[in-house]
Design a binder for this molecule. Structure first.
Ligand SMILES: [Zn+2]
Length: 269
């Protein structure tokens, strides 16, 4: 049986019923920023929201899809026209207020699904604060790190093993091609590997990062805004990645639903 799952399309009795049914609230969080000369500014937002939409549609009996938090933390992208950034405290307060509202309405499981690398530490903090400040259990995941995505991405990868899937890359461009091909200008797609990896510093969405957690200004890392090789992107890869990411999110939804939270114990008395 298919349920209504888009939070914004529900009436208040429907929201009440979804919370009573123990639905997991999916909260996509992204940003608007440059993605090379070939991809739109809304890349992180479209990709993250679309993964969540597909996941929620596949698990409509046990999820609600909250409208995305469009704006995120992108100050290091401001040398490129297009980025809109909000401050770190604004982002934390905004995300936490959304989660607190959901908890207030009875949602006991909240999964923040992040679509922008530099939001990741804040998404983690929002989830932790939600657990401390509400009765809900909240968690955060980067959609490209959802279970199963890495295996599919590595099996499809034609770009360099480390750094080839980073930003406006084979991974992100393939997903965008699968969703809105008319907005991707593959004629202008260029490969760039200019982030100067060293012994303990490298970065790749799929292969992971080196021990040095570090973010310079994007114009110091890339001339075009690209890190990786978008010329290797295809619609078919994008469809496979979208499918894997949505299934991975559903797996996390089910794991959160299965997790029992025992009562706290105050050991002072
Ligand atoms: Zn991106």
């Amino acid at each position: 049986m298919a349920f209504k799952y888009r939070y914004g399309e529900m009436t208040w009795p429907e929201v009440k019923e979804a919370a009573a049914r123990s639905c997991v609230a999916l909260v996509p969080i992204a940003t608007l920023e440059d993605h090379g000369p070939h991809l739109p500014i809304d890349t992180d937002l479209l990709l993250c929201a679309s993964v969540c939409e597909l996941a929620a549609s596949r698990a409509s009996d046990r999820t609600v899809l909250v409208p995305p938090i469009n704006h995120g933390y992108s100050p290091h992208h401001m040398d490129f026209p297009g980025a809109i950034t909000i401050g770190p405290h604004t982002l934390i307060d905004y995300g936490l207020d959304v989660c607190k509202s959901l908890a207030h309405h009875g949602f006991e499981r909240i999964l923040i699904v992040n679509g922008h690398g530099s939001n990741a530490p804040f998404a983690d903090i929002i989830a932790r604060l939600c657990v401390v400040h509400t009765d809900a259990l909240a968690a955060a995941v980067n959609y490209w790190a959802a279970p199963g995505v890495r295996e599919i991405a590595e099996s499809l990868r034609e770009s360099q093993p480390v750094g080839g899937m980073n930003h406006a890359c084979e991974f992100e461009t393939s997903l965008y091609l699968a969703l809105r091909p008319e907005l991707v200008d593959m004629q202008r797609a260029v490969a760039e590997y200019s982030h100067r990896p060293s012994k303990n510093y490298w970065t790749d969405l799929i292969a992971g990062d080196g021990a040095l957690a570090m973010m310079e200004h994007w114009s110091q890392l890339s001339r075009t805004g690209v890190l990786g090789d978008p010329t290797k992107a295809t619609v078919e890869k994008g469809r496979a990645l979208l499918d894997a990411a949505a299934n991975g999110i559903v797996e996390l939804v089910d794991e959160m639903l299965a997790r029992m939270s025992p009562p706290r114990t105050d050991h002072h008395s």
